[in-house]
Design a protein around this ligand. Structure first.
Ligand code: SAM
Ligand code: CA
Length: 220
């Protein structure tokens, strides 16, 4: 995992941030608090957050789905990018992490835009499908447990509208995907999904080397 873009030297990353990062104070505060958390490394990088917010605005997205909330940075930056009647359906299993998220969403004045579901995300996604919400989402961000990535992707593909975007995080997995000597389960799952997406004609594809690698898959 990486809270900064892989492969960018420290000087160049500092330069990039100094000339492009426009992080609202509330997100800087959340990043500071999360950096003290023992799992703080799970947070997305601020340059990735800003990129995702730009995509959401560019698409005119209104209804989005987030799988993997942690302390709420990605959901918050997306919620801030949405119009006042926009929605983020946010999924996580951890009450402790998401209580921090809720505190910041409230402070930022976007709580009304975020519906948090604390449950295994596969269950929440199946409920959404059962409730008739297939093809109603504009944007989906997948960033939870890597062993379920393919389950999340297949459900996201049903939930997103044609022309909608699925963004999948950590696809470069700190470089481990490119090292054949590494054979742990999570690395294998990410590698398998990367290979599957390369051939998947249901989507338009780009793998962006921002943060820990972000695949963008637009549903045809
Ligand atoms: N997007 C977040 C951010 O911007 O800071 C980081 C998400 S973190 C990498 C992954 C999250 O997935 C954790 O908060 C964890 O509790 C959650 N998670 C793990 N297994 C899950 C599951 N089966 N269903 C839902 N969430 C899960
Ligand atoms: Ca991530």
């Amino acid at each position: 995992m990486s809270i900064r873009t892989l492969g960018l030297g420290e000087n160049l990353r500092e330069y990039l941030l100094s000339v492009s990062l426009r992080e609202p104070d509330i997100l800087t505060l959340l990043r500071q608090e999360t950096s003290l958390h023992q799992m703080g490394i799970m947070q997305i990088s601020p340059e990735q957050g800003q990129f995702m917010a730009l995509l959401v605005k560019l698409m005119g997205a209104k209804k989005t789905l987030e799988i993997g909330v942690f302390t709420g940075y990605s959901a918050l930056i997306v919620a801030l990018a949405l119009p006042s009647d926009g929605k983020v359906i946010a999924c996580d299993i951890n009450e402790e992490y998401t209580s921090i998220a809720c505190r910041y969403w409230q402070k930022a004045g976007v709580s009304h835009k975020i519906d948090l579901h604390v449950a295994p995300a596969v269950e929440t996604l199946d409920k959404l499908l059962k409730a008739g919400e297939a093809e109603t989402f504009d944007f989906v961000f997948i960033d939870a447990d890597k062993s379920n990535y393919d389950n999340y992707y297949e459900r996201a593909l049903q939930l997103v509208r044609p022309g909608g975007l699925i963004a999948i995080d950590n696809v470069l997995w700190s470089g481990k995907v490119a090292d054949p000597a590494i054979e742990d389960n999570r690395t294998k799952k990410i590698r398998a999904l990367n290979q599957k997406l390369h051939q998947d004609e249901r989507v338009n594809l780009s793998m962006v080397p921002i943060g820990d690698g972000l695949t963008l898959a637009m549903k045809n």
